[in-house]
Design a protein around this ligand. Structure first.
Ligand code: URP
Ligand code: ZN
Ligand code: ZN
Ligand code: ZN
Length: 520
Protein backbone atom coordinates (compact mmCIF):
# COMPACT_ATOMS: atom_id res chain seq x y z
CA UNK A 1 0.00 0.00 0.00
CA UNK A 2 1.11 3.55 -0.62
CA UNK A 3 2.22 5.36 2.48
CA UNK A 4 3.31 8.71 1.13
CA UNK A 5 0.44 11.15 0.85
CA UNK A 6 0.31 13.17 -2.37
CA UNK A 7 -0.87 16.13 -0.39
CA UNK A 8 -1.12 17.09 3.21
CA UNK A 9 -3.94 15.29 4.94
CA UNK A 10 -7.20 17.08 4.33
CA UNK A 11 -8.86 16.41 7.66
CA UNK A 12 -8.28 18.67 10.66
CA UNK A 13 -6.17 17.33 13.51
CA UNK A 14 -8.38 15.05 15.53
CA UNK A 15 -8.86 15.60 19.20
CA UNK A 16 -8.90 12.28 21.00
CA UNK A 17 -11.78 12.16 23.49
CA UNK A 18 -10.63 11.54 27.08
CA UNK A 19 -12.50 8.25 27.35
CA UNK A 20 -10.58 6.88 24.39
CA UNK A 21 -7.13 7.78 25.69
CA UNK A 22 -6.56 4.32 27.10
CA UNK A 23 -5.91 0.91 25.64
CA UNK A 24 -9.37 1.26 24.07
CA UNK A 25 -7.92 3.57 21.45
CA UNK A 26 -5.65 0.80 20.15
CA UNK A 27 -6.66 -1.98 17.87
CA UNK A 28 -4.88 -4.65 15.86
CA UNK A 29 -6.64 -6.40 12.99
CA UNK A 30 -4.89 -9.64 12.10
CA UNK A 31 -4.91 -12.21 9.29
CA UNK A 32 -7.18 -10.41 6.85
CA UNK A 33 -6.76 -9.63 3.17
CA UNK A 34 -6.24 -5.89 2.80
CA UNK A 35 -7.91 -4.50 -0.31
CA UNK A 36 -7.02 -1.13 -1.78
CA UNK A 37 -7.85 0.30 -5.20
CA UNK A 38 -4.27 -0.53 -6.17
CA UNK A 39 -4.26 -4.17 -5.10
CA UNK A 40 -4.56 -6.73 -2.34
CA UNK A 41 -2.08 -7.85 0.31
CA UNK A 42 -2.07 -10.03 3.40
CA UNK A 43 -1.16 -8.11 6.50
CA UNK A 44 -2.03 -6.89 9.97
CA UNK A 45 -3.14 -3.36 10.74
CA UNK A 46 -2.38 -1.44 13.91
CA UNK A 47 -4.69 1.47 14.77
CA UNK A 48 -4.08 4.10 17.43
CA UNK A 49 -5.92 7.36 18.16
CA UNK A 50 -8.13 6.99 15.10
CA UNK A 51 -5.26 6.62 12.63
CA UNK A 52 -3.68 3.61 10.90
CA UNK A 53 -0.20 3.56 12.41
CA UNK A 54 1.35 0.34 11.10
CA UNK A 55 0.68 -2.26 8.41
CA UNK A 56 2.72 -5.46 8.14
CA UNK A 57 3.29 -8.83 9.72
CA UNK A 58 4.58 -9.63 13.21
CA UNK A 59 3.83 -6.07 14.33
CA UNK A 60 4.94 -5.21 17.85
CA UNK A 61 2.08 -3.47 19.65
CA UNK A 62 1.51 -2.28 23.23
CA UNK A 63 0.02 -4.69 25.77
CA UNK A 64 -3.75 -4.49 26.20
CA UNK A 65 -4.36 -3.70 22.53
CA UNK A 66 -7.63 -5.22 21.35
CA UNK A 67 -7.17 -7.88 18.65
CA UNK A 68 -9.73 -8.63 15.92
CA UNK A 69 -9.17 -11.77 13.87
CA UNK A 70 -10.08 -11.12 10.24
CA UNK A 71 -9.14 -14.51 8.81
CA UNK A 72 -11.10 -15.25 5.63
CA UNK A 73 -12.33 -11.65 5.45
CA UNK A 74 -11.47 -8.66 3.31
CA UNK A 75 -10.28 -5.51 5.05
CA UNK A 76 -11.50 -2.57 3.00
CA UNK A 77 -11.50 1.23 3.35
CA UNK A 78 -14.82 2.35 4.84
CA UNK A 79 -17.36 3.27 2.21
CA UNK A 80 -17.74 6.90 1.22
CA UNK A 81 -21.21 7.87 0.06
CA UNK A 82 -20.75 11.09 -1.92
CA UNK A 83 -24.49 11.77 -2.26
CA UNK A 84 -27.02 11.85 0.56
CA UNK A 85 -29.80 14.22 1.67
CA UNK A 86 -30.46 14.07 5.41
CA UNK A 87 -33.23 16.24 6.90
CA UNK A 88 -33.61 17.88 3.48
CA UNK A 89 -36.53 20.29 2.99
CA UNK A 90 -37.70 19.32 -0.46
CA UNK A 91 -41.03 19.26 -2.33
CA UNK A 92 -42.88 20.40 0.77
CA UNK A 93 -41.48 17.68 3.05
CA UNK A 94 -38.40 17.09 5.18
CA UNK A 95 -36.59 13.85 4.37
CA UNK A 96 -37.01 11.31 7.15
CA UNK A 97 -33.42 10.27 7.89
CA UNK A 98 -31.66 13.02 9.83
CA UNK A 99 -27.91 13.20 10.41
CA UNK A 100 -28.13 10.80 13.36
CA UNK A 101 -30.32 8.13 11.80
CA UNK A 102 -28.76 8.54 8.40
CA UNK A 103 -25.17 8.13 9.56
CA UNK A 104 -26.19 5.30 11.87
CA UNK A 105 -27.73 3.45 8.92
CA UNK A 106 -24.64 4.26 6.83
CA UNK A 107 -22.34 2.69 9.41
CA UNK A 108 -24.54 -0.39 9.76
CA UNK A 109 -23.93 -1.01 6.05
CA UNK A 110 -20.17 -0.33 5.99
CA UNK A 111 -20.13 3.34 5.02
CA UNK A 112 -17.93 5.50 7.24
CA UNK A 113 -18.25 8.88 5.57
CA UNK A 114 -21.09 10.70 3.82
CA UNK A 115 -21.26 13.90 1.81
CA UNK A 116 -24.52 15.85 2.00
CA UNK A 117 -25.71 18.96 0.15
CA UNK A 118 -26.49 22.35 1.67
CA UNK A 119 -29.06 23.60 -0.85
CA UNK A 120 -30.46 27.12 -0.48
CA UNK A 121 -33.72 28.09 -2.11
CA UNK A 122 -33.60 30.80 -4.79
CA UNK A 123 -32.55 34.18 -3.33
CA UNK A 124 -31.32 32.54 -0.12
CA UNK A 125 -27.75 32.86 1.13
CA UNK A 126 -25.40 29.92 0.56
CA UNK A 127 -23.50 30.72 3.73
CA UNK A 128 -26.67 30.72 5.83
CA UNK A 129 -27.61 27.35 4.42
CA UNK A 130 -24.11 26.02 5.07
CA UNK A 131 -24.24 27.22 8.69
CA UNK A 132 -27.66 25.64 9.10
CA UNK A 133 -26.32 22.30 7.90
CA UNK A 134 -23.23 22.48 10.14
CA UNK A 135 -25.51 23.16 13.12
CA UNK A 136 -27.84 20.32 12.20
CA UNK A 137 -25.06 17.86 11.52
CA UNK A 138 -22.11 18.49 13.83
CA UNK A 139 -23.61 17.13 17.04
CA UNK A 140 -25.58 14.36 15.34
CA UNK A 141 -23.21 12.63 12.95
CA UNK A 142 -21.93 9.21 13.99
CA UNK A 143 -19.30 9.26 11.22
CA UNK A 144 -17.31 11.90 9.38
CA UNK A 145 -19.03 14.05 6.79
CA UNK A 146 -18.45 16.82 4.29
CA UNK A 147 -20.75 19.18 2.42
CA UNK A 148 -21.39 20.07 -1.19
CA UNK A 149 -23.40 23.24 -1.77
CA UNK A 150 -26.32 23.66 -4.17
CA UNK A 151 -26.38 26.54 -6.67
CA UNK A 152 -30.04 27.30 -7.35
CA UNK A 153 -29.85 30.90 -8.55
CA UNK A 154 -27.21 33.27 -9.82
CA UNK A 155 -25.99 36.71 -8.75
CA UNK A 156 -22.74 38.44 -7.76
CA UNK A 157 -23.56 37.54 -4.17
CA UNK A 158 -23.79 33.84 -5.03
CA UNK A 159 -20.40 34.06 -6.71
CA UNK A 160 -18.87 35.80 -3.69
CA UNK A 161 -20.35 33.25 -1.31
CA UNK A 162 -18.98 30.39 -3.41
CA UNK A 163 -15.52 31.85 -2.90
CA UNK A 164 -15.98 32.18 0.87
CA UNK A 165 -17.31 28.62 1.10
CA UNK A 166 -14.26 27.37 -0.80
CA UNK A 167 -11.59 29.41 0.93
CA UNK A 168 -12.95 29.58 4.49
CA UNK A 169 -15.56 26.88 4.98
CA UNK A 170 -14.06 23.75 3.44
CA UNK A 171 -16.51 23.28 0.55
CA UNK A 172 -14.96 22.32 -2.80
CA UNK A 173 -17.98 21.16 -4.79
CA UNK A 174 -21.22 22.69 -6.04
CA UNK A 175 -24.28 21.01 -7.49
CA UNK A 176 -26.44 22.69 -10.11
CA UNK A 177 -29.90 21.43 -11.05
CA UNK A 178 -31.01 21.30 -14.68
CA UNK A 179 -34.41 19.98 -13.47
CA UNK A 180 -37.02 21.08 -10.88
CA UNK A 181 -38.02 24.11 -12.96
CA UNK A 182 -39.14 27.19 -10.99
CA UNK A 183 -37.68 25.64 -7.84
CA UNK A 184 -34.01 24.68 -8.03
CA UNK A 185 -33.34 24.76 -11.76
CA UNK A 186 -30.64 26.89 -13.41
CA UNK A 187 -30.80 28.02 -17.04
CA UNK A 188 -27.88 27.49 -19.40
CA UNK A 189 -26.42 31.00 -18.98
CA UNK A 190 -26.46 30.53 -15.20
CA UNK A 191 -24.93 27.08 -15.52
CA UNK A 192 -22.20 28.58 -17.66
CA UNK A 193 -21.36 31.15 -15.00
CA UNK A 194 -21.55 28.61 -12.20
CA UNK A 195 -19.10 26.31 -13.99
CA UNK A 196 -16.84 29.18 -14.95
CA UNK A 197 -16.69 30.16 -11.28
CA UNK A 198 -15.95 26.57 -10.22
CA UNK A 199 -13.08 26.53 -12.70
CA UNK A 200 -11.64 29.79 -11.37
CA UNK A 201 -11.84 28.55 -7.78
CA UNK A 202 -10.59 25.02 -8.42
CA UNK A 203 -13.87 23.48 -7.28
CA UNK A 204 -15.77 20.48 -8.64
CA UNK A 205 -18.91 21.33 -10.63
CA UNK A 206 -21.69 18.78 -10.18
CA UNK A 207 -24.93 18.55 -12.14
CA UNK A 208 -28.33 16.95 -11.88
CA UNK A 209 -28.77 16.38 -15.60
CA UNK A 210 -32.38 16.36 -16.83
CA UNK A 211 -34.14 18.84 -19.08
CA UNK A 212 -36.47 20.66 -16.68
CA UNK A 213 -38.31 22.62 -19.39
CA UNK A 214 -39.30 19.46 -21.26
CA UNK A 215 -40.29 17.67 -18.04
CA UNK A 216 -42.64 20.47 -17.03
CA UNK A 217 -44.38 20.52 -20.42
CA UNK A 218 -44.69 16.72 -20.53
CA UNK A 219 -46.06 16.56 -16.99
CA UNK A 220 -48.74 19.18 -17.77
CA UNK A 221 -49.83 17.20 -20.85
CA UNK A 222 -49.95 13.87 -19.02
CA UNK A 223 -51.97 15.29 -16.13
CA UNK A 224 -54.40 16.94 -18.56
CA UNK A 225 -54.91 13.54 -20.21
CA UNK A 226 -55.70 12.03 -16.81
CA UNK A 227 -52.38 10.23 -16.34
CA UNK A 228 -51.85 11.27 -12.74
CA UNK A 229 -50.54 8.11 -11.06
CA UNK A 230 -46.86 7.30 -10.34
CA UNK A 231 -46.52 5.69 -13.80
CA UNK A 232 -46.63 9.24 -15.24
CA UNK A 233 -43.31 10.12 -13.59
CA UNK A 234 -40.96 8.30 -15.97
CA UNK A 235 -43.26 9.04 -18.93
CA UNK A 236 -42.65 12.75 -18.29
CA UNK A 237 -38.86 12.30 -18.18
CA UNK A 238 -37.68 9.47 -20.48
CA UNK A 239 -34.05 8.48 -21.01
CA UNK A 240 -33.35 10.95 -23.79
CA UNK A 241 -34.40 13.84 -21.53
CA UNK A 242 -31.62 12.77 -19.14
CA UNK A 243 -29.12 12.09 -21.94
CA UNK A 244 -29.76 15.47 -23.60
CA UNK A 245 -29.07 17.35 -20.37
CA UNK A 246 -26.00 15.21 -19.65
CA UNK A 247 -24.59 16.10 -23.05
CA UNK A 248 -25.48 19.78 -22.61
CA UNK A 249 -23.76 19.88 -19.21
CA UNK A 250 -20.62 18.36 -20.77
CA UNK A 251 -20.71 20.90 -23.60
CA UNK A 252 -21.07 23.86 -21.21
CA UNK A 253 -18.30 22.53 -18.95
CA UNK A 254 -16.01 22.21 -21.96
CA UNK A 255 -16.67 25.80 -23.04
CA UNK A 256 -15.32 27.07 -19.72
CA UNK A 257 -12.68 24.34 -19.31
CA UNK A 258 -14.29 23.07 -16.10
CA UNK A 259 -14.16 19.45 -14.88
CA UNK A 260 -17.60 17.96 -14.32
CA UNK A 261 -19.18 15.41 -11.98
CA UNK A 262 -22.57 14.10 -13.09
CA UNK A 263 -24.57 12.88 -10.09
CA UNK A 264 -27.08 10.02 -10.21
CA UNK A 265 -26.63 8.65 -13.74
CA UNK A 266 -29.80 6.59 -14.15
CA UNK A 267 -29.95 5.57 -17.80
CA UNK A 268 -27.88 3.74 -20.41
CA UNK A 269 -27.99 6.73 -22.75
CA UNK A 270 -26.72 9.17 -20.13
CA UNK A 271 -23.99 6.73 -19.08
CA UNK A 272 -22.88 6.41 -22.69
CA UNK A 273 -22.63 10.20 -23.03
CA UNK A 274 -20.23 10.37 -20.07
CA UNK A 275 -18.18 7.43 -21.34
CA UNK A 276 -17.90 9.18 -24.71
CA UNK A 277 -16.52 12.41 -23.23
CA UNK A 278 -14.10 10.43 -21.10
CA UNK A 279 -12.82 8.61 -24.18
CA UNK A 280 -12.02 12.03 -25.59
CA UNK A 281 -9.84 12.62 -22.53
CA UNK A 282 -12.19 15.10 -20.86
CA UNK A 283 -12.28 15.04 -16.99
CA UNK A 284 -15.95 14.17 -16.54
CA UNK A 285 -17.01 11.78 -13.80
CA UNK A 286 -20.22 9.82 -13.47
CA UNK A 287 -21.94 8.55 -10.35
CA UNK A 288 -24.20 5.49 -10.36
CA UNK A 289 -26.61 4.88 -7.49
CA UNK A 290 -27.33 1.80 -5.40
CA UNK A 291 -30.95 2.25 -6.50
CA UNK A 292 -30.06 2.18 -10.19
CA UNK A 293 -27.79 -0.85 -9.77
CA UNK A 294 -30.02 -2.83 -7.44
CA UNK A 295 -33.54 -2.28 -8.71
CA UNK A 296 -35.53 -0.70 -11.56
CA UNK A 297 -38.59 1.39 -12.27
CA UNK A 298 -41.10 -1.36 -12.98
CA UNK A 299 -42.75 -1.07 -9.52
CA UNK A 300 -43.72 2.53 -10.44
CA UNK A 301 -46.47 1.02 -12.62
CA UNK A 302 -47.83 -1.10 -9.78
CA UNK A 303 -51.43 -0.57 -8.70
CA UNK A 304 -50.08 -0.50 -5.14
CA UNK A 305 -49.54 3.26 -4.72
CA UNK A 306 -47.23 2.88 -1.70
CA UNK A 307 -44.89 0.55 -3.56
CA UNK A 308 -44.92 2.72 -6.68
CA UNK A 309 -44.35 5.99 -4.80
CA UNK A 310 -41.50 4.46 -2.80
CA UNK A 311 -39.61 4.04 -6.08
CA UNK A 312 -40.16 7.60 -7.33
CA UNK A 313 -36.96 9.58 -7.65
CA UNK A 314 -35.32 11.78 -10.26
CA UNK A 315 -33.92 10.98 -12.71
CA UNK A 316 -36.32 8.05 -12.57
CA UNK A 317 -35.48 4.43 -12.01
CA UNK A 318 -35.84 3.13 -15.55
CA UNK A 319 -38.55 0.69 -16.61
CA UNK A 320 -35.91 -1.00 -18.79
CA UNK A 321 -34.80 -3.76 -16.41
CA UNK A 322 -31.47 -4.25 -18.21
CA UNK A 323 -30.34 -0.76 -17.15
CA UNK A 324 -28.77 -2.02 -13.92
CA UNK A 325 -26.44 -4.45 -15.72
CA UNK A 326 -25.39 -1.77 -18.18
CA UNK A 327 -24.61 0.70 -15.37
CA UNK A 328 -22.48 -1.94 -13.65
CA UNK A 329 -20.65 -2.60 -16.92
CA UNK A 330 -19.95 1.12 -17.24
CA UNK A 331 -18.57 1.13 -13.68
CA UNK A 332 -16.41 -1.86 -14.56
CA UNK A 333 -15.05 -0.20 -17.73
CA UNK A 334 -14.45 3.19 -16.03
CA UNK A 335 -17.24 4.85 -18.01
CA UNK A 336 -18.61 5.67 -14.53
CA UNK A 337 -16.42 6.17 -11.45
CA UNK A 338 -18.40 6.35 -8.21
CA UNK A 339 -21.43 4.91 -6.48
CA UNK A 340 -23.64 6.97 -4.20
CA UNK A 341 -27.05 6.42 -2.69
CA UNK A 342 -28.82 9.78 -3.14
CA UNK A 343 -30.47 8.69 0.10
CA UNK A 344 -33.50 10.98 0.42
CA UNK A 345 -36.12 9.01 2.29
CA UNK A 346 -39.74 9.94 2.79
CA UNK A 347 -42.20 7.86 4.78
CA UNK A 348 -45.27 6.33 3.14
CA UNK A 349 -47.29 9.08 4.77
CA UNK A 350 -45.07 11.73 3.21
CA UNK A 351 -45.17 10.01 -0.18
CA UNK A 352 -48.99 9.97 0.01
CA UNK A 353 -49.19 13.70 -0.81
CA UNK A 354 -48.74 12.82 -4.47
CA UNK A 355 -51.59 10.35 -4.62
CA UNK A 356 -53.57 12.33 -7.20
CA UNK A 357 -50.65 13.97 -8.99
CA UNK A 358 -47.37 12.18 -9.70
CA UNK A 359 -45.57 15.51 -10.04
CA UNK A 360 -46.15 16.13 -6.31
CA UNK A 361 -44.71 12.83 -5.02
CA UNK A 362 -41.64 13.76 -2.94
CA UNK A 363 -38.68 12.48 -4.98
CA UNK A 364 -36.23 10.21 -3.24
CA UNK A 365 -35.33 6.67 -2.21
CA UNK A 366 -33.28 4.87 0.45
CA UNK A 367 -29.80 3.43 -0.10
CA UNK A 368 -27.27 4.78 2.37
CA UNK A 369 -27.39 1.57 4.40
CA UNK A 370 -27.51 -0.93 1.55
CA UNK A 371 -25.23 0.64 -1.07
CA UNK A 372 -22.15 -1.41 -0.19
CA UNK A 373 -24.04 -4.72 -0.15
CA UNK A 374 -25.91 -3.96 -3.37
CA UNK A 375 -22.72 -3.00 -5.24
CA UNK A 376 -20.95 -6.10 -3.92
CA UNK A 377 -23.86 -8.38 -4.85
CA UNK A 378 -24.42 -6.97 -8.35
CA UNK A 379 -20.75 -6.27 -9.06
CA UNK A 380 -18.35 -8.60 -7.26
CA UNK A 381 -20.62 -11.55 -6.58
CA UNK A 382 -21.66 -11.70 -10.25
CA UNK A 383 -18.01 -11.52 -11.33
CA UNK A 384 -18.40 -8.20 -13.18
CA UNK A 385 -15.90 -6.34 -10.99
CA UNK A 386 -12.98 -7.26 -8.74
CA UNK A 387 -12.72 -6.47 -5.02
CA UNK A 388 -10.15 -3.77 -5.86
CA UNK A 389 -12.56 -2.10 -8.31
CA UNK A 390 -15.25 -2.39 -5.63
CA UNK A 391 -13.05 -0.41 -3.24
CA UNK A 392 -12.35 2.12 -5.96
CA UNK A 393 -16.02 2.78 -6.82
CA UNK A 394 -17.34 2.71 -3.26
CA UNK A 395 -14.59 4.72 -1.56
CA UNK A 396 -11.27 5.62 -3.23
CA UNK A 397 -12.60 7.49 -6.26
CA UNK A 398 -14.94 9.65 -4.18
CA UNK A 399 -12.02 10.40 -1.82
CA UNK A 400 -9.85 11.43 -4.76
CA UNK A 401 -12.47 13.48 -6.62
CA UNK A 402 -13.42 15.45 -3.50
CA UNK A 403 -9.81 15.72 -2.32
CA UNK A 404 -10.02 13.61 0.82
CA UNK A 405 -7.45 11.04 -0.34
CA UNK A 406 -5.39 9.53 1.26
CA UNK A 407 -6.86 10.45 4.67
CA UNK A 408 -9.92 8.67 3.32
CA UNK A 409 -10.31 6.00 0.69
CA UNK A 410 -7.23 3.93 1.53
CA UNK A 411 -5.91 1.42 4.01
CA UNK A 412 -2.50 3.07 4.40
CA UNK A 413 -0.20 4.26 7.16
CA UNK A 414 -1.36 7.73 8.20
CA UNK A 415 -4.89 7.28 6.85
CA UNK A 416 -7.96 7.64 9.05
CA UNK A 417 -8.90 4.34 10.66
CA UNK A 418 -12.17 4.04 8.71
CA UNK A 419 -12.07 0.32 8.11
CA UNK A 420 -14.58 -2.39 7.26
CA UNK A 421 -14.05 -6.09 7.82
CA UNK A 422 -16.13 -7.60 5.08
CA UNK A 423 -17.24 -11.22 5.07
CA UNK A 424 -17.94 -12.23 1.45
CA UNK A 425 -19.32 -15.60 2.48
CA UNK A 426 -22.06 -14.37 4.75
CA UNK A 427 -25.43 -13.30 3.37
CA UNK A 428 -28.19 -11.06 4.58
CA UNK A 429 -31.63 -10.29 3.24
CA UNK A 430 -32.54 -6.63 3.00
CA UNK A 431 -35.79 -5.63 4.65
CA UNK A 432 -37.51 -2.59 6.09
CA UNK A 433 -38.19 -4.78 9.13
CA UNK A 434 -34.50 -4.88 10.01
CA UNK A 435 -32.98 -1.77 8.43
CA UNK A 436 -31.87 1.25 10.46
CA UNK A 437 -33.37 3.93 8.28
CA UNK A 438 -36.22 6.22 9.24
CA UNK A 439 -38.57 5.13 6.44
CA UNK A 440 -41.08 2.29 6.51
CA UNK A 441 -40.18 0.68 3.19
CA UNK A 442 -37.01 -0.44 1.46
CA UNK A 443 -36.69 -0.43 -2.34
CA UNK A 444 -34.41 -3.49 -2.08
CA UNK A 445 -36.92 -5.44 0.05
CA UNK A 446 -36.23 -9.17 -0.09
CA UNK A 447 -32.91 -8.91 -1.93
CA UNK A 448 -30.37 -11.45 -0.69
CA UNK A 449 -26.86 -10.02 -0.59
CA UNK A 450 -23.57 -11.79 -0.18
CA UNK A 451 -21.07 -9.66 1.68
CA UNK A 452 -21.73 -8.49 5.20
CA UNK A 453 -19.81 -5.89 7.20
CA UNK A 454 -18.94 -7.77 10.41
CA UNK A 455 -16.87 -4.96 11.88
CA UNK A 456 -17.09 -1.31 10.95
CA UNK A 457 -14.41 0.90 12.45
CA UNK A 458 -15.12 4.61 12.35
CA UNK A 459 -12.13 6.85 13.18
CA UNK A 460 -10.66 4.02 15.23
CA UNK A 461 -13.84 3.18 17.13
CA UNK A 462 -15.50 -0.19 16.59
CA UNK A 463 -19.06 0.83 15.64
CA UNK A 464 -20.19 -2.48 14.21
CA UNK A 465 -18.76 -5.16 16.48
CA UNK A 466 -19.30 -8.77 15.35
CA UNK A 467 -22.39 -7.53 13.56
CA UNK A 468 -23.69 -5.53 16.52
CA UNK A 469 -24.28 -1.80 15.90
CA UNK A 470 -22.78 0.52 18.56
CA UNK A 471 -22.70 4.03 17.15
CA UNK A 472 -21.97 7.22 19.07
CA UNK A 473 -23.88 10.38 18.23
CA UNK A 474 -21.48 13.26 17.55
CA UNK A 475 -18.47 10.96 17.06
CA UNK A 476 -18.07 12.12 13.46
CA UNK A 477 -16.49 15.36 12.33
CA UNK A 478 -16.87 17.76 9.48
CA UNK A 479 -14.04 17.20 6.98
CA UNK A 480 -13.12 20.27 4.95
CA UNK A 481 -12.46 19.46 1.31
CA UNK A 482 -9.53 21.42 -0.17
CA UNK A 483 -9.67 23.09 -3.58
CA UNK A 484 -8.01 21.77 -6.75
CA UNK A 485 -8.34 18.01 -6.24
CA UNK A 486 -5.28 16.77 -8.17
CA UNK A 487 -7.21 13.85 -9.68
CA UNK A 488 -9.71 16.26 -11.19
CA UNK A 489 -7.49 19.23 -12.00
CA UNK A 490 -4.18 17.68 -13.06
CA UNK A 491 -5.55 16.88 -16.54
CA UNK A 492 -6.41 20.54 -17.25
CA UNK A 493 -4.48 22.83 -14.88
CA UNK A 494 -1.58 25.00 -15.99
CA UNK A 495 1.88 24.28 -14.52
CA UNK A 496 1.60 27.49 -12.51
CA UNK A 497 -1.74 26.44 -11.03
CA UNK A 498 -0.35 23.01 -10.16
CA UNK A 499 2.54 24.55 -8.25
CA UNK A 500 0.09 26.77 -6.38
CA UNK A 501 -2.40 24.10 -5.42
CA UNK A 502 0.29 21.68 -4.33
CA UNK A 503 1.18 24.31 -1.70
CA UNK A 504 -2.40 25.13 -0.58
CA UNK A 505 -2.72 25.19 3.20
CA UNK A 506 -5.28 23.00 4.94
CA UNK A 507 -8.54 24.62 5.88
CA UNK A 508 -9.46 24.04 9.50
CA UNK A 509 -13.08 25.11 9.72
CA UNK A 510 -13.25 24.29 13.42
CA UNK A 511 -12.16 27.90 13.86
CA UNK A 512 -14.96 29.23 11.64
CA UNK A 513 -16.23 32.08 13.85
CA UNK A 514 -19.84 31.85 12.86
CA UNK A 515 -20.14 28.14 13.39
CA UNK A 516 -18.18 27.94 16.63
CA UNK A 517 -20.12 30.85 18.13
CA UNK A 518 -23.38 29.19 17.30
CA UNK A 519 -22.17 26.05 19.04
CA UNK A 520 -21.55 27.50 22.51
O1 URP B 1 -35.14 12.13 -6.40
C1 URP B 1 -34.11 12.60 -5.93
N1 URP B 1 -32.97 12.38 -6.55
N2 URP B 1 -34.17 13.30 -4.77
C2 URP B 1 -33.12 14.00 -4.17
C3 URP B 1 -32.84 15.30 -4.81
C4 URP B 1 -31.91 15.16 -5.98
O2 URP B 1 -32.27 15.56 -7.07
O3 URP B 1 -30.81 14.65 -5.82
ZN1 ZN C 1 -30.49 15.49 -8.16
ZN1 ZN D 1 -29.57 13.95 -4.67
ZN1 ZN E 1 -21.88 21.60 18.23
Amino acid sequence: TGTVPRRKMAAPVKKVPIHLQSSQNRLIIKNGKIVNATGMQDGDIFVEDGIIKQIGTNLIVPGGTRMIDARGRYIIPGGIDPHVHFAFEFMGQTSADDFYQGTKAAIAGGTTMIIDFAIPKKKESLLDQYDKYRLMADDKVCCDYALHCGITWWSDKVKQEMEILCKERGVNSFKAFMAYKDDLMLHDDELYKMMETCRQLGAVAMVHAENGDIIQENAKKLLAKGVNGPEGHEKSRPEEVEAEATNRACVIAKQVNCPLYVVHVMSKEAGDVIAKYREQGWPVYGEALAAGLGTDGRPCCSSNYGLAAAHIMSPPLRSDPTTKERLMELLSADGLQTTGSDNCTFTSQQKAVGKNDFSKIPNGVNGVEDRMSVVWEKGVHTGKISPTRFVEITSTNAAKIFNLFPSKGAIAIGSDADIVIWNPNKTRTISAKTHHQACDYNIFEGMECHGVPEYVIVSGRVCVDEGELKVVQGHGRFNPTPLFPPTVYDPIASEEEKANYAALPDIVTETSDQVSQLHV
